[in-house]
Design a protein around this ligand. Sequence first.
Ligand SMILES: NC(=O)C1=CN([C@@H]2O[C@H](COP(=O)(O)OP(=O)(O)OC[C@H]3O[C@@H](n4cnc5c(N)ncnc54)[C@H](OP(=O)(O)O)[C@@H]3O)[C@@H](O)[C@H]2O)C=CC1
Ligand SMILES: O=C(O)C1=N[C@H](C(=O)O)C[C@H](O)C1
Length: 251
Amino acid sequence: MSKLRVAVIGAKGRIGSEAVRAVEAAPDMDLVAALGRGDELETLVESGAQAVVELTTPASVMDNLDFCVRHGIHAVVGTTGWTEERLGRLEAWLKSSERTGVLIAPNFSIGAVLTMHFAQQAARYFESAEVVELHHPNKVDAPSGTAIRTAQLIASARDRAGLPAQPDATATALDGARGADVDGVPVHAVRMRGLLAHQEVLFGGEGETLTIRHDSLHHSSFMPGILLGLRRVVDTPGLTFGLENFLGLGD
Ligand SMILES: NC(=O)C1=CN([C@@H]2O[C@H](COP(=O)(O)OP(=O)(O)OC[C@H]3O[C@@H](n4cnc5c(N)ncnc54)[C@H](OP(=O)(O)O)[C@@H]3O)[C@@H](O)[C@H]2O)C=CC1
Ligand SMILES: O=C(O)C1=N[C@H](C(=O)O)C[C@H](O)C1
């Protein structure tokens, strides 16, 4: 069977460089291009790439995906910064390229995907829920894409269960002291030398708390998810949001 022809965009970055190595080592894939900032996207076409891994920045990702979708190149996307407006634009592009698949994964690590899944399950049983994400100090966005997605999933589960707003008597606060409000769920971001990517989801009910914690200790934690995404996205046209959909954990 012929190997999947894969390109990485953002190939010199922290996770992109790890993805280059993972694709090179995968027996069923050929790395046909590794693009950094300033490299021509035409290289993707010239190299015959069938799928790309997109690991750049929120400022670059839309142009890169526009190009890929227009050229029928499937994409596995880890870059953050997704809004409803951006997702809507991407879905409109995909309608004009019916066979192309795009996977956007807020997090490729199995532990982080399970954290989101378990948090969604727990959410309806607790009055209070807050998310604390902790990352390396070179991260440019806050809160993390994973934390935003986790908070959104918790908020939808609370909504479906008919839970009221969370109890919080705060009457005065310094800016940011209660974190960012994501659909009514406070999200706190820590940036600290020595960390990589970590998250705690805290739930509180009468007389008890539940904490779900996940730690990515190395960028290798994201690689099995990226490779799985590549293998599946080529047969999954349209937009898939979240690796859980390829792990049998989707709704
Ligand atoms: N979903 C997941 O599981 C994970 C997602 N991420 C996300 O992936 C993204 C990258 O993270 P990280 O590797 O830490 O960041 P880095 O800053 O280390 O890497 C980003 C790379 O992309 C390059 N780049 C920027 N624009 C372009 C472009 N238009 N074309 C080609 N290359 C470009 C940058 O170049 P330059 O340095 O010149 O700007 C840099 O080398 C972030 O959004 C992060 O949140 C990270 C880890 C896991
Ligand atoms: O920038 C990072 O490092 C990470 N970014 C993603 C995010 O924002 O959720 C995934 C993971 O947390 C690592």
